[in-house]
Write a protein that binds this ligand. Structure first.
Ligand code: ATP
Ligand code: MG
Length: 591
């Protein structure tokens, strides 16, 4: 930069010096010329005046001495007095005098006198009028201003000063250039940074160039340090976030309901989640780094792990293990599968608790078995009686009537079973929404009394109804509450032998209404009591084999009452009778 600027600055300085030199010389010449001219004029007028007096007094000797003297004193190159062309009366150079004596008169003509400048000389021609005799001429010349003032010396002086100034300038320039060299390099480095240079090594400046260089290099070092710190910070951040990710992954794996074990090729557990620890009944620390053979005793699972480790199998194996006697402590499913990595042999064991699934499967299976049975029995009976009626060559009206009665009974049984199953299925699927009716239990029970009295009378059973004078109005699904009550009263009638008593009692107990149906019937054994609310369950009592029923009634009744927030419980003693109690919550405003 300094080099670039230095040359034009030097050229400008030289031009300025030259111009100013020329300008001063020019003006000095002009002023010297004018001064010389004024001097010549003054001298010529003074000589002319005195010369006129000396000529008038015919004192030529004094005139000639005066001319010589004055010429010398005033540094004149030429000084003479003439009275006509070639008639030189006096001259600074005495040998040039041509007229020794003055004539009486001489010419009076000629011009008014002149002053001319030629060849560095100022020449003056001044008329000297001598009264009564004629006009004499004083001619003199003197060197012009420059010559007089010794111009060469001045010019040399000026040139010397200019040269000295240039040298001084060069010296300063040289020093400044040295000083600015570091700044120039720093500037170049800045441009390099702007163009994308990031390597600090190539941006460094030689510190011998000037004090700016170390400062710049320090800045670069600090920048490097900042960048290093930033890289470290980013790395720490990345490590932290990846640790967080792992923590998140671990937490997610821990939240899984399935147990998870990862086993490496040395059969060591490298990862175990919380659920695995629960299923294998060990602490997580015990699982990690333990040998899988110490944790899992089952041979088939070990074999599946072996096959994956040896590479013989890439398929997953599913093994189900029952815990406790006949699976009383539940069932676990072990899924052994390879971890999808080409370079390492690793296996993963996923453990699931399928106890509930098993129970559901079993109850579904039982349900199907029961349904089949419940449907087949009446159907078989219907077919039997239909065939018998058709085969009868001469139909006996009494046989015919009995057959039709049987067919009717079995058809009704079928209808009831199918209806119950449908209700059950609807409740399970949530298809049936609860109606919000105002249910008046007293009205409902009065109707039941009307419905059941004939049956009771037929079996000589005493029906008693004990209702309080005021029963709160329920907000419930009337049909479902009715279904529950019918089931309880229907069962009591079915399972109470002739001559018994059935009592329906309603009590209001603060937040709930209790409807209890007690009978003096066959009663239910303790073992059966815990199952009578299961679907298709019928007591093992031999006496009920002659009583038709599918074992769905109580299951359905409890289900619908529970939907209302209530429940049905049983207390019974074999041969003594049973008490079924239905509880229903009372709406807050009605309580
Ligand atoms: P249905 O589906 O026709 O009602 P069910 O009466 O056999 O058939 P549930 O009403 O569910 O079925 O009753 C289940 C079982 O509980 C009955 O089979 C019976 O063994 C027993 N049980 C129910 N009520 C009584 C009762 N009042 N006295 C004695 N045993 C009863
Ligand atoms: Mg029943």
């Amino acid at each position: 930069m300094v080099a670039t600027l230095g040359a034009p600055v030097a050229a400008i300085l030289i031009v300025v010096c030259t111009v100013s030199w020329w300008w001063s010389l020019h003006h000095r010449d002009a002023s010297l010329d004018q001064a010389a001219e004024r001097h010549v004029n003054a001298v010529s007028l003074m000589i002319a005046e005195l010369a006129g007096q000396m000529i008038a007094s015919e004192d030529l000797t004094s005139l000639r001495r005066f001319v010589i003297e004055t010429s010398r004193q005033n540094n004149l190159t030429h000084c003479r007095v003439t009275i006509g062309p070639g008639q030189i009366v006096a001259d600074a150079e005495t040998s040039l005098i041509t007229t020794r004596e003055l004539p009486e008169t001489w010419s009076t003509g000629g011009d008014d006198g002149t002053v001319e400048r030629t060849n560095g000389q100022i020449a003056a021609r001044v008329p000297v009028d001598v009264a009564g005799r004629g006009r004499a001429w004083l001619e003199l010349s003197a060197p012009s201003g420059l010559a007089t003032a010794g111009g060469a010396t001045l010019e040399l002086g000026l040139a010397g000063v200019t040269l000295a100034a240039l040298c001084a300038m060069l010296l300063v320039y040289h020093r400044v250039r040295k000083r600015l060299s570091a700044i120039s390099h720093v500037r170049d480095a800045l441009f390099a940074v702007a163009n994308g240079e990031t390597d600090s090594g190539s941006l460094r400046v030689d510190e011998s160039l000037g004090p700016e260089a170390p400062a710049w290099n320090t800045l670069l070092t600090q920048r490097e340090e900042f960048r290093r710190q930033l890289t470290v910070q980013n790395a720490v951040q990345t490590v932290r976030s990846s640790t967080d990710d792992h923590a998140g992954l671990n937490a997610a794996c821990d939240a899984l309901p399935q147990g998870m074990l990862v086993i490496d090729e040395s059969r060591q557990v490298t990862y175990a989640n919380g659920a695995a620890a629960v299923y294998l009944q060990r602490s997580r620390d015990e699982l990690t780094h333990a040998l899988v053979d110490e944790l899992i005793e089952d041979e088939s699972i070990r074999k599946a792990i072996d096959q994956i480790m040896s590479g013989r199998s890439r398929q997953r194996s599913i093994i189900e293990l029952e815990r406790g006697e006949n699976g009383s402590d539940g069932v676990l499913r072990f899924i052994v599968r390879p971890v999808r990595r080409e370079d390492v042999a690793e296996a993963m064991v996923i453990i699931e608790d399928i106890t509930q699934q098993r129970i559901a499967e079993q109850s579904r299976h039982m349900f199907v078995t029961h349904v089949t049975h419940e449907l087949r029995t009446p159907l078989t009976n219907i077919l039997l009686y239909t065939d018998a009626a058709i085969d009868e060559a001469e139909p006996d009206p009494s046989v015919m009537s009995r057959s039709l009665n049987m067919i009717d009974g079995e058809a009704r049984r079928l209808e009831r079973v199918v209806g119950d199953m449908l209700s059950m299925a609807e409740i399970e699927a949530g298809a049936r929404q609860l109606q919000q009716d105002d249910v008046r239990l007293d009205v409902l029970i009065d109707q039941m009394e009307i419905d059941y009295t004939p049956q009771a009378q037929e079996k000589q059973i005493t029906l008693e109804f004990d209702l309080p004078p005021k029963i709160p109005v329920l907000c419930a699904d009337r049909d479902k509450v009715s279904l529950g009550l019918h089931n309880l009263l229907g069962n009591a009638l079915k399972y109470t032998p002739e001559g018994g008593t059935i009592r329906l009692e309603v009590t209001v107990d603060g937040q709930q209404i209790l409807v209890s149906v007690s009978d003096t019937g066959i009663g239910i054994s303790e073992e059966d009591q815990s199952h009578i609310f299961d679907r298709f369950y019928r007591a093992k009592d031999k006496r009920i084999t002659t009583i038709t029923g599918s074992g769905l009634g109580l299951a359905l009744a409890r289900e619908v009452i529970r939907l209302h927030g209530g429940d049905i419980t049983v207390e019974s003693e074999i041969d003594q009778g049973s008490v079924f109690t239905m509880s229903l919550p009372v709406p807050a405003e009605a309580a």
